[in-house]
Design a binder for this molecule. Structure first.
Ligand code: GLA
Length: 373
């Protein structure tokens, strides 16, 4: 069944004034075990729409006009729900409990040690083999304008994937008429725990052109980043970007320095796969990144509340993944910008804390604003 929910603003003033953003709910097929997946599409009058599916609370499609008004999908993903499980690449998904890596899958809280499965060489990655990206979330509410909004929730049992505490999580996506897509991750826990929730969208602002992102211009408001070892675990150092291929304080072409193997960090990451320390005070929403595709004119400006942002250029995509419309995805076909605490934070006392205690509410907010120039 497909139905539209009209916002009060629209019911009162639909004909002559700007339309309020609307939310529609529809089926998105089923998994091979029969579980039904749903999709909520948020649409504004400015030509943007965002489709979020209940599998992994994932952003499955994001339609953005180019400078000529042409509406195209700017995120990678799959056409069917089951592919998100059989060919996982974290396309657009909500990642948890712990986005990015935990060294050797080990950490401790108040002297008690915990061991997670290692699903990325020696390390634990993105919450483990069955993280939040592979769970079916519930739709809590769907509402229309002035911001179209969907709230999805997931309850993670105490001990799930090795993490302590029952964790209640919500992902709230909203779209307004200023072409801002906002995402808020909230969580509460029954026991002290660690978490790092983020969204793992792969952006390719060229839309249907499917050009790689090497010609995209990127700005990162980060004077420092956290260098990693060969298994992509931070060494603990906070290194100045000045004079390195990691200096994106002024807009720079992604491809210009991505092959500069004189920098050991580029070798370890196979390109960019690093956490940048976002300038300014964590906890306040502040500008973190700008991505521009000069050909289509599409620009994405990102504001985040998190202390860090992982900049990843799809280095593990090798042409064996076929996404929406049977498009083959290759290295450098997308940009991921994943806001969160720093990787492996639970094992670095001087990194911003990943700890959540009972009675506290975790919040990680990211806003993606689109325009075309
Ligand atoms: C993150 C990691 C990458 C890779 C992707 C998913 O961005 O930092 O190394 O694991 O997720 O493929």
């Amino acid at each position: 069944m497909k139905y539209a929910i009209l916002g009060a603003a629209c019911l009162m003033a639909c004909s002559s004034h700007a339309l309020a953003a609307s939310a529609t709910r529809a089926g998105f097929g089923a998994l091979s075990d029969g579980s039904k997946i749903e999709a909520v599409t948020l649409t504004n009058a400015a030509g943007m729409s965002a489709k979020v599916i209940t599998l992994g609370a994932a952003l499955q499609a994001l339609i953005v006009p180019d400078r000529g008004g042409k509406k195209e999908d700017v995120v990678l993903g799959y056409d069917t729900a089951q592919e998100y499980l059989t060919r996982p690449n974290y396309f657009g998904v909500s990642v948890g409990r712990f986005a990015n890596r935990i060294a050797k899958g080990k950490f401790s809280i108040d002297g008690k040690s915990y061991t997670l499965s290692s699903n990325d060489g020696p390390n634990a990655l993105h919450g483990g083999p069955k993280g939040f990206d592979k769970r079916v979330w519930k739709i809590d509410s769907v509402s229309s304008g002035p911001d179209a909004k969907v709230v999805m929730s997931y309850v993670s049992a105490d001990g799930e994937e090795g993490f302590p505490g029952e964790l209640k999580v919500t992902a709230t996506y909203s779209l307004n008429e200023q072409n801002e897509l906002r995402l808020d991750y909230r969580a509460t826990t029954s026991k002290p725990t660690v978490l790092n929730l983020t969204n793992h969208s792969y952006f390719n602002l060229s839309g249907n052109d499917a050009r790689d992102v090497m010609g995209n211009m990127v700005t990162l408001n980060a004077a420092r980043f956290t260098p990693v070892d060969a298994t992509l675990i931070p060494t603990g150092e906070r290194r100045a970007v000045a004079g390195t291929p990691f200096d994106f304080r002024k807009a720079a072409r992604v491809g210009d320095r991505i092959r500069d193997a004189r920098d050991q960090q580029i070798r370890y990451g196979r390109g960019y796969d690093h956490n940048f320390i976002v300038d300014g005070a964590p906890g306040t929403l502040r500008p973190a990144a700008v991505v521009t595709d000069p050909v289509s004119g599409r620009t994405m400006e990102m504001r985040v509340s998190a202390p860090g942002i992982q900049f990843y250029t799809g280095n593990f995509m090798d042409g064996t993944f076929f996404g929406k419309g049977q498009r083959s995805y290759r290295q450098g076909d997308a940009i991921c910008l994943e806001p969160g605490v720093f990787p492996d934070s639970p094992n670095h006392a001087d990194f911003p804390s990943a700890r959540l205690n009972p009675g506290q509410t975790y919040l990680n907010t990211m806003v993606y604003k689109f325009s075309a120039k």
